[in-house]
Structure formats: C-alpha cells, structure tokens
Design a protein. Structure first.
Length: 105
C-alpha cells in the first residue's frame, strides 16, 4: 500500500523519562541544588527568606515544565524571543504572484 503510520510520540523515546533532555535535567538539578543550599544557609524562620530560598528551584521547575505544542516553557520563551527580536521576511506566493503589475493589462 505504501502508507506508513508514524506514532505521534516517536520523539519521546529520545528523551529521558519521555519528557526531559539532558539540558533540562541539568538546569532543574542546579535550581534544586541552589535552593537546598539556600535553605541551609538562610534563616528560613521568616516567610520572606523561605520564599527567597525556594525561588531558584521553583523557577527551574517552571522552565522545564512540559507544555503542548512545544517541548517545555523554556523552548517557548526562546522561540517567542527570537520571533519578536528578529526581522521577519514574508515572501508572497499567492495565486497572482506570476501575473505581473496591474499597469501591464
């Protein structure tokens, strides 16, 4: 028949736990490690210091959280930043592209 069906999750086998790549796990582990270090060093008896201590882990967890249609939040932020900061070039390839100028008719 010549038709092949590729499963939608075929790229998941290349990811760790089917969700993370190596950079994601490194980023997440660094954030959690910094949070643990801050929890040991800062006086977390006060709420402000406790929030400051857990912020690196929460931010890294948010960045590596998977979202639909993108790999994770960090990938979405990179693509959005690139879209808004680079010059976009749109090439017209519509149905009247080869008809020439209106003045030629």
């Amino acid at each position: 028949m010549g038709s092949y069906l590729i499963p939608a999750n075929s790229k998941k086998s290349m990811l760790i736990f089917g969700v993370f790549n190596t950079f994601d796990l490194i980023l997440f582990s660094i954030g959690v490690g910094v949070s643990l270090l801050l929890l040991m060093l800062l006086p977390v008896d006060e709420l402000v210091w406790a929030i400051i201590a857990i912020m690196p882990g929460c931010i890294c967890a948010f960045l590596t959280m998977p979202i639909p249609n993108y790999h994770n939040v960090l990938t979405f932020i990179k693509i959005a930043f690139e879209f808004y900061t680079t010059r976009q070039r749109f090439v017209w390839k519509g149905w009247c592209f080869n008809y020439g100028d209106e003045s030629e008719k």
